[in-house]
Write a protein that binds this ligand. Sequence first.
Ligand code: SF4
Length: 358
Amino acid sequence: MQSIASPTGAASPTTFDGRPGLLDMRGRALRDLRISVTDRCNFRCTYCMPAEVFGRDYAFLPHAEVLTYEEIHRLAGIAVGLGVAKLRITGGEPLVRRDLAALIAQLATLRTPEGKPVDLTLTTNGSALRPLAGALAGAGLQRITVSLDSLDDTTFRRMNGVDFPVARVLDGIDAARAAGLAPVKVNMVVKKGENESSIVPMARWARDEGLILRFIEYMDVGTTNGWRLDDVVTAGEIVAAIDAELPLEAAAPTYRGEVAGRWRYRDGSGEIGVISSVSQPFCGDCTRARLSAEGRIYTCLFSASGTDLRGPLREGASDDELRRILEDLWGARTDRYSELRSAATSHLPRVEMFAVGG
Ligand code: SF4
């Protein structure tokens, strides 16, 4: 383990990107913490929380087992001290958790070891953005990502599993922009036989709206979405479909560890991203950890189990003790599931995506 950060948080530049921090066994720095504030969601997206498995009476985590905002703020502060520069608020659906702006306000006070504000963003299904965007922006949220799998109302209603109309998500995006959240990114999961015919219409719409659209290859997250390789539309196929109508050229990553491969429109009218976990794994530069709503840290989206922080935290552990748990965990990390994905890995237990926020 190449632990760079000292207990006091004083650090020296890593070999990963020149910033202070922690390296894992593959020389990857801890840079991003995805914080799931709830496992609850008001959608039942077929690739994440299929309704036939997670019915309306599904037992989500009891409130007492979910981290409080103060606990999240404390753990996030420790992670930022170890080199995390980006905090992404996720769920389930984060906007279903009450008074989320209060947490945003706390997290917005965090500073990196270099004294910079953390990059604070959030991923939402957009269903509650109209009433909440202003308060989130006012509390310090800088930017936002909205999941939207099609502009076609029939397709979208089918894929979200609860017959939610696309118009209300589009209205939420307008509300986010009106509140000054920028950039607004849009994530689209592409599944063969579901929405591949929406790829080019979504690309046109996002380009015309000045939104950054990221296409996500359908993944074998969790163990309940019935994933098959045959249902994957690869990054290459997505880019080819768009390029045929809206010529693209590859663009360089903006920073080491960026998840999406960038493609720019040749006419300069914008760009898209493609997240290709299945066809072009990017584990080599993976800088992400995930904190679940019940206080477990996962070092990979496809982990089977996480490491409990809520227990030690509620039993009175000091910041140093909690920091040591994180240091030891990340320092011993070797995760590279997507590089190893095969028929043999398909039966392995994996945490459900909605429990760790994707
Ligand atoms: S599979 Fe795991 S290690 Fe690989 S990029 Fe995804 S989260 Fe990171």
